[in-house]
Design a protein around this ligand. Sequence first.
Ligand code: NAP
Length: 252
Amino acid sequence: MPDHTTHQKTRTVVVTGGTRGIGKAICLAFAGPDTRIYFNYSSSASAAVEIEKIIGDAGGFAKGMQVDVMSGKDVESFFGKILEESGRIDVLVNNAGIARDGLLVRMKEKDWDDVLDTNLKGAFLCTKIAVKPMIKQRYGRIINISSVVGASGNPGQANYVASKAGIIGFTKAVAKELASRDITVNAVAPGFVETDMTGALSEKAKEVLISGIPLGRIGKPEDIAAVVLFLASEGASYITGQVVHVNGGMYM
Ligand code: NAP
């Protein structure tokens, strides 16, 4: 069997939502002299420039683009530019996500649509385009960021939980479709991770959450990035269609 990563000198990695939190940690974890990193974001242009600089100064390559993952047109032009410059896509990490929490009875239709469109449709749009070069290459690694609540459920997050459970089903279906082309598709389900998304929680709420985590701490974005990096490595080449829970034991 060919060893694609060693035959392919430079690998191209695409990370959605790479400007903050988990996505930023994923971009930094992948950075290296033989990796071209493309990431997108919704509005954080200055954060994108900073990440490009950190990775560039360390001898790597990273390029951020403002691309709304909800828009098929935006996504098409994003991948078009990547393919024009790199000619291939080795790894896709579907990470961009939002939460618009509220109890079901009060949930606005727009909050349902925005969350499903960003978290689930966004992954569909990006994956659909990225798999075309992967199929031609007969190689690819797709890693979708789900959430512990996609498996456990959570009150006040019907939209978010539906999107993250949807990501798990999507992962399994696409894994079965693409396995014959040596494309693996897996999901990582983070628990409670310290990012802007969870930053709004009060100290009291955080204490309660931590008391339910056997490892006794909130996760760091780097805890998630390390698992994503592994799933994209040759060591993970026999893993597909799986959900890897990274949550300090809060859900088993
Ligand atoms: P975050 O800090 O809020 O960052 C979200 C990222 O997604 C940002 O880069 C943001 O860009 C980008 N983004 C949002 N909407 C977008 C859109 N329509 N198009 C393109 N980019 C968009 O989030 P995070 O906590 O790192 O979460 C990352 C992923 O992990 C999400 O899928 C989330 O659901 C999942 N997750 C997080 C936790 C947690 O505890 N934090 C737990 C489980 C799962 P801008 O910077 O421009 O806004």
